[in-house]
Write a protein that binds this ligand. Structure first.
Ligand SMILES: *Cc1c(COP(=O)(O)O)cnc(C)c1O
Length: 395
């Protein structure tokens, strides 16, 4: 071979005797074919066949198969973010004239997508109160094609009666999609409850290190799988094998991280509930949480994310109180090794009437730092939010 050709041709090395516990990372746009006949018939290679890098490499398939096994799905598709997983699932099943009913505590960018992109396509969009089955039933009609659940809901943490929602939907020929990011399939398996499409932001617990964006869409029904695959392919959506390798690495420790963060978060939430600055603690494992009974019936545990509704009178002290924290970081996209806290205002993001007048919630994601140091931060935060009354100090 001439030098120019040597430079662009990988040398052949023996793989004999080499075995590693980690899967290889295969990068490709081009996939080469052994002859012209196999190129001509490449689309007959089936769901797991390789035709072009955008549509999958052994590295993407490896992660798809692992997620599918956890979800008890027949097929999983990987997309570039959790938000893309939500929107592509919706686009795949909805047509002009259909209507979609979305839980009112849905991840806010999904509300924005539905109100703008779906409406532009002639899809009717409505939001239902997450724990009111009668209201959901009333909102359904012959045009309802998709019911979207997210359980627990973003920030307000309502746990939904997924079993009953599935029964209602299937009676009317609608499909049910579920954003299962909070629980991951380790704590809840939507497809086993009859949900048709289970979606996760792998950016959160699966990757688990706050440095990759990815989402998954998992289904059992082959007809639905073909629809979703068609939508993803036609829109030119794919994920990087390097990102898949990182998510795969994160997945290996997910169960241990979830179990630890869930236990610390539950203890933290229980302590926070005793604080005078608090109007409510929203954590699915606490008995007062909306839909707690469904969590107890359907889930295998709690992850590390929960919310705290603050009394409005403490809000003027919130910014200073945040400044006192040393371990918590302020930022979105939870589920990593580092604990996060953010103030959330949800009232603008709800279509159905809300009880109470809470303006601000703290959304807390517990990571893997020392529990003692995390609790010291939390104690400091709540001491700053609600200083003891002056006479109590002098007493
Ligand atoms: C974060 C999140 C998403 C979006 O995930 P990205 O990968 O950040 O796009 C979707 N749903 C829920 C419930 C989330 O918390």
């Amino acid at each position: 071979m001439d030098d120019e050709s040597i430079c662009v041709t990988p040398s052949s090395v023996s793989l004999g005797g080499f075995a590693s516990l980690g899967p290889a990372t295969y990068r490709a746009s081009t996939i080469v074919f052994e002859n012209s006949e196999s190129y001509r018939t490449r689309l007959d290679r089936g769901d797991d066949g390789y035709v072009y890098g955008l549509y999958g490499t052994p590295t993407t398939r490896f992660l798809e198969k692992q997620i599918a096994a956890l979800e008890r799905a027949s097929r999983t598709f990987l997309v570039p973010s959790g938000q893309a997983a939500n929107t592509l699932a919706m686009l795949a099943v909805l047509e002009p004239g259909n209507s979609v009913l979305i839980s009112d505590s849905v991840y806010p960018p999904v509300r924005d997508f539905a109100n703008n992109e779906l409406k532009k396509l002639g899809v009717r969009v409505a939001f239902y109160p997450p724990t009111d089955l009668a209201a959901l039933k009333t909102a359904m009609d012959s045009t309802t094609r998709l019911i979207w659940v997210e359980s627990p809901g973003s920030t307000t943490m309502e746990v939904q009666d997924v079993r009953s929602i599935v029964a209602l939907a299937h009676e009317c020929g609608a499909v049910v999609g579920c954003d299962n990011t909070w629980a991951t399939p380790f704590l809840f398996k939507p497809l086993e409850f009859g949900v048709d499409i289970s979606v996760q932001a792998l950016s959160k617990y699966a990757n688990g290190h706050s440095d990759v964006l990815m989402g998954s869409i998992s289904v059992r029904d082959p007809v639905l799988a073909a629809k979703i695959k068609g939508t993803i392919w036609r829109l030119g959506i794919g994920v990087s094998p390097d990102d898949c390798a990182l998510v795969q690495r994160g997945l290996q420790t997910m169960s241990i991280r979830l179990t630890h963060s869930g236990a610390v978060a539950t203890r933290m939430a229980t302590w926070i509930a005793t604080q005078p600055a608090v109007a409510c603690v929203l954590h699915p494992a606490l008995p007062g949480n909306p839909g707690h009974a469904f969590w107890a019936r359907d889930f295998n545990g709690a992850s590390g994310v929960f919310s705290v509704g603050l009394k409005n009178e403490v809000l003027p002290r919130l910014d200073d109180a945040f400044d006192s924290m040393r371990i918590f970081s302020i930022g979105a996209s939870w589920g990593g090794t580092r604990s996060l806290i953010v103030p959330m205002n949800v009232n603008r993001l709800r279509s159905t009437p809300q009880s109470g007048e809470i303006e601000t919630y703290l959304r807390i994601s517990v990571g893997l730092e020392s529990e003692r140091e995390l609790m010291a931060d939390i104690r400091e935060l709540f001491a700053k939010l609600q200083p003891p009354a002056p006479d109590a100090v002098s007493a």
